[in-house]
Design a protein around this ligand. Structure first.
Ligand SMILES: CC(C)(COP(=O)(O)OP(=O)(O)OC[C@H]1O[C@@H](n2cnc3c(N)ncnc32)[C@H](O)[C@@H]1OP(=O)(O)O)[C@@H](O)C(=O)NCCC(=O)NCCS
Length: 130
């Protein structure tokens, strides 16, 4: 695999050692539509989670905006949300960008475990690479 961050490349995650879920095998697929990048997780051809993000058009491309991150209810708390966010954080680290998003109240703790910080008096959260 030349560049695992290229759009359109399938990435197989073997994360048995980390957390033995869904047979330890999920496919994450990154694609791009006209407005945004779309990260989708599949298990046995079922879409179990997705995330929309944009890294191009605002703030001179210095910020990756995460628009939507959803894991199907049945598949929540199995590490899929973490996997997608880690992918985006990894992109941000590689490209020297920040990650910004608006969190639902329920998801604030989830994002905190990933190192995002919450802005005071706002539901906005952000990650800045060191
Ligand atoms: C928020 C969401 C994306 C998290 O995805 P997920 O795959 O369920 O999360 P993970 O399994 O990777 O969770 C990792 C850790 O984050 C924390 N966490 C996740 N969901 C949490 C919740 N609802 N409440 C508190 N902590 C939570 C826990 O520490 C969890 O680790 P644990 O399961 O070992 O305790 C998912 O619950 C979801 O789609 N929710 C509905 C839509 C939504 O609110 N999306 C966010 C929009 S900004």
């Amino acid at each position: 695999m030349k560049n695992p961050l290229n759009v359109g490349i399938y990435i197989y995650f073997m994360i048995v050692a980390e957390r033995p879920f869904l047979d330890g095998k999920v496919i994450m697929y990154l694609s791009k539509n006209s407005n945004a990048y779309v990260l989708r997780c599949f298990y046995k051809r079922i879409r179990v989670g997705y995330c929309y993000f944009d890294k191009d058009y605002n703030n001179d491309g210095k910020i990756i905006y995460v628009d939507d991150l959803i894991v199907e209810e049945k598949y929540q708390r199995k590490g899929l949300g973490t996997m997608m966010m880690k992918y985006i954080i990894c992109l941000a680290e590689l490209e020297g960008k920040s990650v910004n998003l608006t969190s639902t109240i329920n998801a604030i703790q989830f994002y905190r475990t990933l190192g995002l910080r919450k802005r005071r008096d706002s539901s906005q959260m952000y990650y800045k690479p060191a």
